[in-house]
Design a protein around this ligand. Sequence first.
Ligand code: NAD
Length: 505
Amino acid sequence: MKALLRNYVNGSDGSRVERTTSVADRRASALSAAGVANGFSNLIDGKPSISVKSLEVLDPATGEVLATVPDIDRHGVDSAFAAARRAFPAWSNRSWDDRRSIILAAIEKLREHRSEIIALLMAEGGRPSSLAEWEAASVLDEFGPGVLAQTLPDDVFSQAGVGLVTKHYAPLGVVAAISPWNLPFLLSFDKVVPALLTGNTVVLKPSPFTPLTVLRAAELIRDILPAGTLNVVTGGDDVGPWMTSHPEADKVSFTGSTQTGRRVFGSAAETLKHLTLELGGNDAGIVLPDVDVEAAVGPIFWGMFLVNGQGCITIKRLLVHESRYDEMAKALTKFAAQQKLGDGFDPETAIGPVQNRPQFGRLNATWNAIKRDGTPVLYRGEEIAGEGNFFPVTILDNPPIDAEYVMHENFGPLRSMIKYSTIDEAISIANSTDYGLGGSVWGQDPKLLNSVARRMEAGTTWINQHLVLSPNVPFGGNKDSGLGVQYALEGLKEYCYQRVIWAKQ
Ligand code: NAD
């Protein structure tokens, strides 16, 4: 049965009449306003480009086809790299300020179309509007302008007998940028903006599961950016490997799973490409004995389940001191029960469907293994029948810490709560996986909080928060969670090589 939303509008005679709007109607009108019926093209050399073959993009809440996008062939990928190569000399020769103002104009244009971007993020991601608004704002108001506010000044050394030595940051050339499906707009533009700003040109490939927002954004800004500076291609499983081994790609900036990251590393080796890999995570959140449960439970829940648990840096293992375990279990269960699972176009929904069918299948297979093992379950929400990928919020109750489904990343709303006795034990469990993306520690004693945070083997650790990022702070993974960093000056430098000029004096 369709969920019904009730709103009130003024009738033609000025009286208040009641109107009901179904979730399906809401989706249809948002998609119509976002121009889905006009179709989607790739962007190559400043022009829209279609392919003989196409891919279907499915709605995760209904299983219906939302739109089709080009399934590019090898020749099309070559054209995109050739266009990026041709555009590189002129683009890299422009001044930093010139490039910045062009990219700012592009962001301004996207801001004018914010509601379309939000509608597409909701539809292809299966998101509640608040989450889609947050992702749009992250790009348009925070990370885009934040990255653009930075510069990479030259370093100058003057030494007697040596002369004047200037080190400056020169662009690498053509960047192959590949993004995943969980935050398709943010994790595409957090590559495009720094790559272009530093003078590189780009061939971008969004995930085939969520290409719509990125394709629409590229279409909107194609007349602002010089032809060939940004090219966007979509296609099946072959396209990523073509890009990461392409002779015209000087750098690969990749966000995705650790498994694919390993393939990218191998594929880029032949031509010795520069690499930034942002990969999977299995973050621990360590809850100390002096935690304020009431204050912490909301931020901890959303630290675990933001983006429906499909976040690289979400808390995947919550380690709670034995003295507070039962209290935290009760508070977390109560909080979880208040979050409605459903279609993102229903305003009451807090948690949407899993974004795609294969991922939904993997989560269900893990759930079957958990049931087979008889692992205790602290909380599982209600299941929703139908064609949508609805996986209820699930929290395991002190599962074996070395179980497959605890040691490996669960990319969806499936989490573990684990009991520990000593701080050393908690740190040892936190550091026991191959990942090292993020982690957090929750409590009140600043000295203890800091010492625990410093012992976690992760690229980012937070104290009494999780998942807070800034364009001015570097972000990257340790161990199997990645290579290199994004954001801040360190992130800009990843798109450059250091060119040193010696001037005789
Ligand atoms: P994925 O690795 O399956 O795919 C990521 C992208 O790589 C997609 O565009 C895909 O089409 C492409 N791809 C697939 N095979 C390829 C290959 N052989 N060569 C090149 N490209 C290829 O990941 P996903 O399922 O889309 O995303 C979820 C994963 O991403 C999770 O593991 C998550 O933790 C990780 N992630 C990491 C970060 C981070 O910043 N560290 C952020 C978000 C997501």
